[in-house]
Design a protein around this ligand. Structure first.
Ligand SMILES: *Cc1c(COP(=O)(O)O)cnc(C)c1O
Length: 381
């Protein structure tokens, strides 16, 4: 099946007891057994729930993977991945990464003796210096948040294979519509389902997709043993969201292109970070591994003043000032004080995350209205 057909049909089938075309919300914690151990495959909803099963199969299909495993948040999913490892193990992570992931790695897992190397990944051949016999995984985010760098997934997979370590990719920014990391040789794909997969800013959820059966069973064990599982109502909402993922992503990408071009020509804008530009330093890689370039854009202001950035965000009307991304409505955010406030200033500035950087999640509204909104907000500084 092609993507649009999978978005609507994969993983779901009419309910056998009623014929309901939509997967019911199985709002139950437990399931009746005929005799001890004699049941229909469901015992307790932390372990299995039919609404969750349908969603897990749907997300797996969208990522061209075999196993989907859902969690109560994106960070819950990442937490399970790191729990595959033991004290003393080492992980190489991109240095330009979601603030919450950085916080989980450094403030939680470093206390349990896991060591992280935060490094730039634009030159995979330079990563060998961080590999030793304790190295277990490479953690990649691409496009990166909020700098919109693109990491070469094929090159990273070759590097990981060569050293016998796992490659995990946070695919939240691209969504499965724009990019499928398993196709390029990665072992684990992670999503903050909260963002594009859910798509309507009404659910917090995470997911992992893997092909390897043994890796899947270790992650399913952690899902059940640690218990960060999503409820059936949320699974239903995401199943509903996924049915329009391809339509939404097409429009996010179109609008992203229009807004990025508009910002690039604006005299008060210093830099625009969007991988669809031909002069984006990683454009050629983006072209190879992404179907389109999406609606995530970051830009800085001429003069790089924090108060100017604040004024623009206060004056934007259609772009709501809020954390998160990937919903149908446009949002703006200020990484330095919001999503990335937990990353020290000197670490932030090393990767270009300066005080005037504004991140946009361009929604699926009319592009002309979005452009006018930005024009009036920039006119106020
Ligand atoms: C939001 C986000 C996360 C965390 O997901 P939650 O659902 O908020 O726990 C991880 N990675 C990226 C890139 C994100 O945008």
């Amino acid at each position: 099946m092609k993507f649009g057909t999978k978005a609507i049909h994969a993983g779901v089938s009419p309910d056998p007891s009623t014929g309901a075309i939509m997967t019911p919300i199985f709002q139950t914690s437990t399931y009746v057994q005929k005799s001890p151990g004699d049941h229909l495959g469901y015992e307790y909803s932390r372990t299995h729930n039919p609404t969750r099963t349908a969603l897990q199969n749907s997300i797996a299909a969208l990522e061209n993977g075999k196993h989907g495993i859902c969690f109560s948040s994106g960070l819950g999913a990442i937490d399970a991945v790191v729990k595959l490892f033991n004290p003393g193990d080492e992980i190489i992570s991109t240095n330009d990464l979601y603030g919450g992931t950085y916080r989980l790695f450094t403030k939680v897992f470093e206390r349990y003796g896991i060591k992280f190397h935060f490094v730039p990944m634009n030159e995979p051949e330079k990563l060998s210096q961080y590999v030793n016999e304790r190295t277990k995984m490479v953690w990649v985010e691409t496009p990166t948040n909020p700098m919109m760098n693109i990491i070469d997934l094929k090159a990273m997979a070759a590097f990981s294979k060569k050293h016998g370590i796992l490659l995990a990719v946070d695919n939240t920014f691209a969504s499965p519509y724009l990019q499928n990391p398993l196709d390029f040789g990665s072992d684990i794909v992670m999503h903050s389902v909260t963002k594009y997969l859910g798509g309507h800013s009404d659910v917090v959820m995470g997911a992992l997709v893997v092909n390897d059966d043994e890796l899947a069973s270790r992650l399913v064990f952690l899902q059940n043993a640690c218990g960060a599982t999503p409820g059936p109502q949320d699974c239903f909402l995401v199943l509903r969201g996924i049915k329009t993922l391809h339509l939404r992503m097409e429009r996010h990408s179109q609008n992203g292109k229009t807004i990025a071009a508009y910002l690039k020509n604006h005299p008060k804008v210093a830099k625009v970070y969007w991988p669809g530009f031909e002069d984006h330093p990683n454009h050629e890689i983006a072209k190879k591994q992404m179907k389109d370039y999406g609606g995530m854009i970051s830009f800085t202001l001429v003069g790089n003043k924090l108060e100017d950035a604040k004024k623009v965000m206060e004056n934007l009307e259609l772009f709501a000032l809020a954390e998160s991304l990937g919903g149908v409505e446009s949002l703006c955010g200020h990484p330095a004080t919001m999503t990335h406030a937990s990353i020290p200033k000197e670490e932030r500035e090393k990767v270009g995350l300066v005080d005037s950087l504004i991140r946009l999640s361009v929604g699926v509204e009319d592009a002309e209205d979005l452009k006018n909104d930005i024009a009036q907000a920039l006119a106020k500084i």
